[in-house]
Design a protein around this ligand. Structure first.
Ligand SMILES: [Zn+2]
Length: 72
């Protein structure tokens, strides 16, 4: 799962962890210490929202379609 900071757009990827805070790869967002904050803007964990990757993909596809059909 990926989590996005609502303040600055930083993405925490559980597969990658967070090198800035020495968080190991594979660390679940829910397992991060309460003291963890966004490495970019220092926002609290509560400022992060799950990224729905399927939804993101659909959005991208929709945009691509609009591009293709919007040119004539
Ligand atoms: Zn941030």
């Amino acid at each position: 799962m990926k989590y996005k900071c609502n303040i600055c757009g930083y993405v925490y990827d559980e597969k990658e962890g967070d090198a800035f805070h020495k968080i190991k790869e594979g660390t679940l967002f829910s397992s991060l210490p309460d003291s963890w904050s966004c490495p970019v803007c220092d926002a609290e964990k509560s400022s992060f929202a799950v990224i729905d990757e399927k939804k993101d993909q659909n959005e991208t596809i929709k945009k691509e379609v609009n591009k293709t059909f919007g040119q004539d």
